[in-house]
Design a protein around this ligand. Structure first.
Ligand SMILES: Nc1ncnc2c1ncn2[C@@H]1O[C@H](COP(=O)(O)OP(=O)(O)O)[C@@H](O)[C@H]1O
Ligand SMILES: O=C(CO)[C@@H](O)[C@@H](O)COP(=O)(O)O
Length: 529
């Protein structure tokens, strides 16, 4: 038996959980930290490293007190964070400013310039991250910093570092950038790092984007490691602040969605939809094949032995929340009663691009579209159609993965939304025509607990730790009548998705689409009377 701590750093708070290898979760405590936004600049989103670390200390002390576990009994600590959340530090690891958080979107121009240059020079890495370098990712954020920093700040530049690596470095007492280790998960998905092309993009490529990159590549150094490696040991200062014992191992960290997938029971061949405010879709495959349009195909990113694939929808719960807000209700209120809706009964077709398209079109500039409105439609109808729309988009992504060799054997719906909305799980089962597996409880921190227990040597594999700790999976089975309706609707959706979402694509005749939507709705409503 062993007890470990798992820490999940989210956008607004850190959750620290204590897990017992035999009994499972003993308790979780949360501590918040501010997200700095600017009223006149919606793209701005920063966070302080010190605030995050203070919150970690607070939440760890709190969970020890609440569970009555003695700090001395905890044998490992593992942590995941959001990403790409980037901090600039000096050579002694002191922050210069705050994190550019993952949702900081100031680096639009920089991302476009990186994408353009990558296509001009035929950079292989751009194909492996979907053909478009995102404004949420590391190089774009670093270039934005270089362009906006003062000459004195630029002279102090030691390195740029992902959130998960910075927290691990601080906890293990790293005070020199030369001693850094870096997460393959973070650097592979967001910094175009891959051993296939000798690590990061070349200095020549970077200088071609902007001469300010001169000398920078060499400073994004360190040992690039998967999470079966130990980052270091908990330093005495942080042992005192957290109440955990000095010297316990801290494995190399990763992104939250990736470990959420492990915590939900993801095995090779599975796909996990981490459905929250947005959706991260995580898959693990035996082989590494290019998948156009996804957010990275990276060996070792989720599980050290497999290739991790990340894809996603830029907004899901956020869209449900926006529809509800416009109706003057909470999502919970508006969602009550959705269980009686039939497939396609609203006659609405919702393309859920309200925050752009993350995968497979990779176009942040798209906006949401709803087709088929009439005079008696309600906000609840739109919410139902939006849930259907996110399911159709998920099917587009899973089909793209399957076409490129990623097995989609089991599909698991993890994240917060599937715990709160059984209608959504049933719709996903019917649209994908696959059983939808849902953890029987919130799987928060189970992923970091699994990694901590393998780091401590309690289990000799991630799979063995998953067997002991993952919650059982509930199954939502596809209902044949709904599957048949969704098959027809999906074919319409697919045509609309590519016709509306791709520049210069062949058009689609709404005169064909709308009557088909209405015919399906009429048949489904007729069934109800
Ligand atoms: N009953 C519900 N049905 C569908 N979505 C819901 C419901 N209740 C809350 N949500 C959505 O859940 C989202 C939060 O998901 P969660 O996984 O808890 O957070 P995060 O993505 O920040 O980790 C919010 O965007 C909210 O709109
Ligand atoms: O892109 C990613 C992870 O790769 C981000 O969406 C992510 O880290 C933020 O996730 P949450 O909103 O905290 O669930």
């Amino acid at each position: 038996m062993a007890i470990v701590a798992g820490a999940d750093f989210g956008t607004l708070s850190v959750r620290v959980t204590l897990l017992d290898s035999a009994k499972g979760r003993l308790g979780t405590a949360v501590a918040e930290y501010p997200l700095h936004r600017r009223r006149n600049d919606p793209d701005y989103a920063t966070q302080s490293h010190a605030d995050q670390m203070n919150a970690l200390a607070e939440a760890t002390q709190k969970v020890l007190a609440e569970t009555g576990v003695a700090g001395a009994d905890v044998v490992a600590l593992a942590l995941d964070t959001t990403g790409s959340s980037v901090l600039i530090v000096d050579a002694a690891m002191q922050p210069i400013g705050d994190y550019y958080l993952w949702c900081d979107h100031r680096a639009h121009k920089e991302a476009r310039q990186i994408t353009l240059r990558a296509h001009e020079v035929g950079l292989e890495a751009i194909d492996w991250c979907g053909g478009v370098y995102s404004h949420e990712w590391g190089w774009a954020k670093l270039l934005h910093w270089l362009r906006n920093a003062t000459p004195e700040e630029r002279a102090r530049f030691g390195t740029a570092i992902e959130n998960c690596d910075m927290v691990a470095a601080t906890l293990t007492g790293v005070t020199d950038v030369a001693d850094l280790k870096r997460s393959v998960c973070a650097m592979g998905h967001k910094w175009m790092w891959n051993p296939k092309w000798d690590g990061l993009p070349s200095e020549e490529f970077l200088i071609g984007v902007d001469p300010l990159f001169a000398g920078i590549r060499a400073k994004i150094g360190g040992e690039y490691l998967t999470s079966d490696h130990i980052y270091g040991k908990l330093a005495p200062e942080w042992a005192e602040r957290t109440g955990l014992p000095a010297g316990i191992p801290i494995p190399v960290g990763a992104f939250d969605a990736h470990w959420d997938a492990l915590g939900a029971g993801c095995r090779a061949g599975d796909v996990v939809n981490v459905v929250g405010t947005s959706t991260c879709i995580i898959a693990m495959a035996d082989s590494t094949e290019l998948v156009p349009g996804v957010c990275g195909v990276v060996p070792g990113s989720v599980h050290p032995k497999f290739t991790g694939i990340e894809a996603g929808l830029s907004a899901v719960g956020d869209i449900f929340e926006a529809i509800s807000r416009r109706a003057g209700k909470s999502v919970r209120e508006l969602a009550a009663g959705l269980e009686v809706y039939r497939a396609g009964q609203t006659g609405l077709m919702r393309l859920t691009w309200d925050n752009g398209d993350r995968t497979v079109l990779v176009n942040p500039e798209l906006g949401g579209i709803t087709l088929g409105w009439n005079l008696v439609h309600t906000a609840q109808d739109e919410l139902f159609a939006a849930i259907e729309g996110t399911a159709f988009h998920t099917r587009i992504i899973l089909e793209r993965m399957a076409e490129h060799g990623v097995p989609v054997e089991r599909v698991i719906n993890a994240g917060g939304v599937p715990q709160n909305n059984t209608t959504l799980n049933q719709i996903y089962a019917d649209v994908l025509n696959k059983p939808m597996l849902v953890p029987d409880g919130v799987p928060t921190s189970i992923g970091s607990g699994i990694i901590a227990l393998t780091a401590a040597g309690t289990f000799d594999s991630i799979e063995a730790a998953q067997d002991a700790l993952c919650l059982p999976l509930r199954s939502y089975l596809p209902q044949p009548a709904a599957v048949a309706v969704y098959e027809r609707l999906y074919q319409l959706y697919r045509r609309l998705y590519f016709a509306f979402g791709t520049p210069n694509a062949a058009g689609v005749a709404l005169g064909d689409v709308l009557p088909e939507l209405r015919a399906i709705a009429a048949a489904q409503q007729g069934d109800l009377t």
